[in-house]
Design a protein around this ligand. Structure first.
Ligand code: NAI
Length: 334
C-alpha cells in the first residue's frame, strides 16, 4: 500500500499562495499521497493572530517534522520578529541548502553552473543581538560558535559524499575577523581532515564574489556563515536566470522546512505571473527527503523539459505564460 505522508504547508503571502498551489497540484499529479496540514503565517495574518508566526504553526512542524513553505513578507520596522528567522531558530534548522544550476533553455550568462550553497542558519549577525551604544552609534553582535560551524561544514561534506560531489569550498573573511571567521575557518579545516576523498579549499568572501561572476562553473559545494550565504545565494541565483529558479531546504537534526530562495514578490503578487519553479524544485528536495525519489526525479525531469521547450515560460524568464499555464505544462509532461 502507498504510504501517506503528513506535511505542514505554509502557503505564505504575496506570491506564496499562487506558487504553493502549483507545487501541491504537481505533487498530487505525481501520485505521491500527502495529507497537507495547512498553517497560516505571514504579514497577512497579523490582524487575525496578533503575530505573523502563531505558535500553532511551529507546533504543526514539530508534529509533522516536514514542511513546505511559501515566502512570507517581513514587515520592516514594525517590531515583529521575522517569520523565517523565528522558524529557523525555534526549530533549530541549522543548515540552509540551495542548489543553483543552469537549466537548458533558460537564458543566462553561463552554460554549466552546478553548485550548492550551504549557509549556516542560526547565528552570525542574524542572532539579532543589536543595541544602541548612544544616540548616534548602533552595535550588532556577530556570533560564531565552533559547534554551529562544525555542524554546517559537516553537513556540506556529508552532502558532497552522498551526492557524488568532489570539492567543498569554505567562504569567510578570516583575514579581518580573525576571531569569529577565524574560528569558522579553523573548524572547517578540522572537518575537512575527516574526508580524504573530498577536495577542500577556502576563499575570502569578496574574492569569492568576483570568482563566482567570472567562473561559476569551477565551484561545487560552498559552505559559509549566515550573512555571506544570504548574499552569495542571491548572487548565484542571478548567474542562472534569477530567483524564480532557486529552491532551498532548511534542515535540522530531525526536522526540515523546504522553501524557495525568493521572497513574497509584492510587485507581481496576485497576477498569476510568478514563476513556480523554485517552490516546485523545493518540493522535489522534500520528496527525496521523504524517500519518494522516483516521483521527485519525474517532477524534476518534467520541469526541465518544460523549461527546455520554452513554450510555457513565465515573464521573469522572458516568456509570457501564466503561473497556471506553466504548472499545467509540467503536469502534462508528467
Ligand atoms: P523578492 O524575492 O520577493 O523579489 C525580488 C525580485 O524578484 C522582485 O522583482 C520579484 O518580482 C522577483 N521574483 C521573486 N520571486 C519570483 C518568482 N517566483 N517569479 C518571478 N519573479 C520573482 O525579494 P524582496 O522584494 O526583497 O522581498 C519581498 C518580501 O519578501 C520582503 O518582505 C522580504 O522580507 C520577504 N522575503 C521572504 C523570504 C522568505 O519567506 N523565505 C525570503 C526573502 C524575502
Amino acid at each position: 500500500m502507498k504510504h501517506r505522508h503528513r506535511v505542514t504547508l505554509i502557503p505564505g503571502d504575496g506570491i506564496g499562495p499562487e506558487v504553493s498551489e502549483a507545487a501541491t497540484k504537481i505533487i498530487n499529479a505525481s501520485g505521491v499521497d500527502i495529507d497537507w496540514d495547512i498553517a497560516e503565517a505571514g504579514a497577512a495574518f497579523i490582524d487575525k493572530y496578533g503575530t505573523p508566526i502563531p505558535e500553532k504553526v511551529i507546533d504543526s512542524i514539530k508534529r509533522n517534522k516536514v514542511a513546505l513553505k511559501g515566502p512570507v513578507t517581513t514587515p520592516v520596522g514594525k517590531g515583529f520578529k521575522s517569520v523565517n528567522v523565528t522558524l529557523r531558530k525555534s526549530l533549530n534548522l541549522y543548515a540552509n541548502i540551495r542548489p543553483i544550476k543552469t537549466y537548458e533553455g533558460v537564458k543566462s550568462r553561463y552554460d554549466n553552473v552546478d553548485l550548492v550553497i550551504f549557509r549556516e542558519n542560526t547565528e552570525d549577525l542574524y542572532a539579532g543581538i543589536e543595541f544602541m551604544v548612544n544616540d548616534e552609534t548602533a552595535q550588532s553582535v556577530k556570533i560564531i560558535s565552533k559547534n554551529a560551524s562544525r555542524k554546517i561544514v559537516k553537513a556540506a561534506f556529508e552532502y558532497a559524499v552522498n551526492n557524488g560531489r568532489r570539492k567543498v569550498t569554505a567562504v569567510h573573511k578570516a583575514n579581518i575577523m580573525k576571531l569569529s571567521d577565524g574560528l569558522f575557518l579553523r573548524t572547517a579545516r578540522e572537518v575537512a581532515e575527516e574526508y580524504d576523498d573530498i577536495e577542500f579549499d577556502d576563499v575570502i568572501v569578496d574574492a569569492m564574489s568576483m570568482k563566482l561572476v567570472l567562473n561559476p562553473e569551477k565551484y561545487d559545494v560552498l559552505v559559509m556563515p549566515n550573512l555571506y550565504g544570504d548574499i552569495l545565494s542571491d548572487l548565484a541565483s542571478g548567474l542562472v536566470g534569477g530567483l524564480g529558479l532557486v529552491p532551498g531546504a532548511n534542515m535540522g537534526e530531525e526536522r526540515a522546512v523546504f522553501e524557495p530562495a525568493h521572497g513574497s514578490a509584492p510587485d507581481i503578487a496576485g497576477q498569476n505571473k510568478a514563476n513556480p519553479t523554485a517552490i516546485i524544485l523545493s518540493s522535489v528536495m522534500m520528496l527525496k527527503y521523504l524517500h519518494e525519489s522516483e516521483a521527485a526525479d519525474r517532477i524534476e525531469r518534467a520541469v526541465e523539459n518544460v523549461l527546455k521547450e520554452g513554450k510555457y515560460i513565465t515573464p521573469d524568464l522572458g516568456g509570457n505564460s501564466t503561473t497556471d499555464e506553466f504548472t499545467n505544462a509540467v503536469i502534462s509532461e508528467l
